[in-house]
Write a protein that binds this ligand. Structure first.
Ligand code: SF4
Length: 347
């Protein structure tokens, strides 16, 4: 009798949240494998972000901070949590939402409606910059000209610069963007596979709070956050998809695989003899560039001249000098990794 009472007590206890030991657990965190209740999940999720902010001295009181907002889950959670922490811990930040409209009908126009609702829900001023206004081209126009190959190269390069331009326009001190740990691990792996040392060091040099996609999804779901979850209609599904599948397979064997891949990227030692690109400014537009012309200007020049392939790939065309003519690749040439990844993560 005593043994069965003890057993049922033990079973009852094991059904309680392993952090507060009071409420029923509603989830098992992929990161820690702990069974925890909703309230404890909110607490640890938000506290982990707060601790990274505090330990790394990410912000100073009075700073203006732009949050890159796409309307997707990652950036919506970021906007919500950062505005909550700013209020709760009195960071003293002026927060803004910064959205880039690539001009993708049926995708970005819908997701921007979500960001406009977030503007009201979180009380954060919203600035939207469009490719059409900045470059004279929408992604719809670009895809009409170049098709569905290399479209993400144009989109990623233009977005990166558009965010810089938006940050300058808003006169912010910092720009924060939301990507989940699973996506960062894919980016590390892709940069290793293509031997791109510069991008590999960039993608892990940013101060980052690593949150698993599963945790982000659960947080957004429990909090009933308003986000947009449709995939881009021009999204490629080649190499990033392969990397994703490979990482998922690794994770089945070793649950910490995603965080370990990111750590490997962070710990990667670059030989001091390796020549890294020096950051300067573009002679044409004045924004950040390691070449005479920035990549956005080279790509734009190609588009405007009706030679869109100019400037794609590692060899720089146009003003940066390597070739001015579009060259046909032999049919046997393999598909370029660079041209096949979603530029939204192309650090
Ligand atoms: Fe742009 Fe991403 Fe769509 Fe590619 S998948 S066109 S980078 S939004």
């Amino acid at each position: 009798m005593e043994a069965s009472e003890a057993k049922s007590k033990k079973q009852g206890a094991s059904r309680l949240c392993c952090l507060c030991n009071q409420r029923r657990p509603v989830l098992k965190r992929p990161k820690t494998l702990q069974q925890i209740c909703k309230d404890c999940f909110y607490e640890v999720f938000e506290e982990e972000i707060h601790q990274v902010i505090v330990k790394n001295g990410l912000f100073k009181a009075g700073e203006r901070v732009a949050i890159g907002a796409s309307g997707g889950k990652d950036s919506t959670v970021l906007a919500y949590v950062l505005s909550e922490l700013n209020r709760r811990h009195s960071y003293g930040l002026d927060l803004f939402l910064l959205s880039i409209d690539e001009g993708i009908t049926g995708y970005r126009d819908d997701s921007l409606e979500t960001v406009k609702r977030n503007e009201l829900q979180y009380g954060l001023p919203l600035q939207i910059l469009s490719y059409k206004d900045l470059y004279g081209w929408t992604m719809d126009d670009i895809v009409k000209m170049i098709g569905l190959k290399n479209n993400c190269t144009f989109c990623g390069v233009f977005r990166r610069q558009a965010l810089d331009r938006g940050a300058a326009l808003l006169k912010v001190d910092k720009l924060v963007t939301g990507h989940n740990a699973d996506d960062i691990a894919e980016t590390v792996l892709l940069n290793i596979l293509r031997g791109d040392i510069a991008r590999l060091s960039r993608c892990t040099s940013i101060t980052t709070v690593y949150i698993r996609e599963g945790d982000l999804h659960t947080y957004a779901y429990f909090k009933k956050l308003d986000y947009f979850s449709t995939e881009c209609i021009y999204s490629p599904n080649a190499y990033r998809g392969f990397a994703r599948e490979f990482i998922k397979d690794l994770e089945r064997l070793r649950p910490r695989a995603i965080l370990d891949i990111i750590k490997s990227g962070e710990d990667f030692r670059i030989a001091t003899t390796t020549k890294m690109p020096e950051q300067g400014t573009c002679e044409r537009c004045g924004y950040i560039s390691s070449q005479k012309w920035c990549k956005a200007c080279v790509l734009l020049d190609g588009l405007n001249r009706g030679l869109p392939k100019m400037g794609i790939g590692r060899a720089r065309g146009g003003a940066n000098g390597d070739h001015h003519k579009e060259t046909k690749k032999p049919a046997s040439a393999g598909r370029s990794l660079e041209s096949k990844q979603c530029g939204s993560l192309d650090f």
